[in-house]
Ligand binder design. Structure first.
Ligand code: HEM
Length: 122
């Protein structure tokens, strides 16, 4: 059985891979550079998957076995996760937004962390 602690470390590994890959992807897109973009895109996909799987594992470990009783903060985290999964599209198609996204991405990450740490159920 995967422990709560192990899921937490895996969740954080996913977050590190996510920020690493999005940072690289942003700069590569800004420079219209192709070399390394595939590595960044693959890393992003793996990161997104790891975060979700470990996130579900964590929810199960803290007692939320079924989606029916998920707290609001978990749904909000899932929404942030979805935004950070799809954000690769505007990075590719709207390069003028890159400087905004550069700051928006860590803010969204911090918001996701805040929701899990404070667990405020509005
Ligand atoms: C990119 C999106 C996400 C980020 C940046 C993120 C970030 C974090 C961070 C920093 C923690 C705190 C770890 C700790 O110190 O205990 C955490 C915990 C957690 N996250 Fe996420 N998370 C994300 C997505 C998700 C998703 C999609 C889910 C599930 C739907 C999820 C569920 C949880 C749960 C259940 C915890 C543990 C709360 C507890 O310890 O009681 N997270 N997350």
């Amino acid at each position: 059985m995967v422990s709560y602690e192990a899921y937490t470390v895996i969740h954080i590994l996913g977050i590190m891979l996510l920020l690493l890959s999005l940072g690289a992807y942003l700069i590569l897109s800004m420079n219209k550079s192709v070399k390394g973009k595939k590595l960044a895109a693959i890393t992003h996909g793996i990161a997104i998957l790891i975060i979700l799987v470990a996130g579900f594992g964590l929810l199960a470990r803290i007692g939320y076995m079924s989606v029916n009783n998920w707290p609001l903060w978990a749904w909000l985290k899932l929404a942030i996760w979805l935004i950070l999964a799809l954000i690769i599209i505007p990075i590719k198609r709207m390069p003028n937004l890159i400087p905004v996204l550069w700051f928006l991405i860590p803010i969204l990450g911090a918001l996701a962390a805040y929701l899990a740490i404070y667990k405020i159920d509005f």
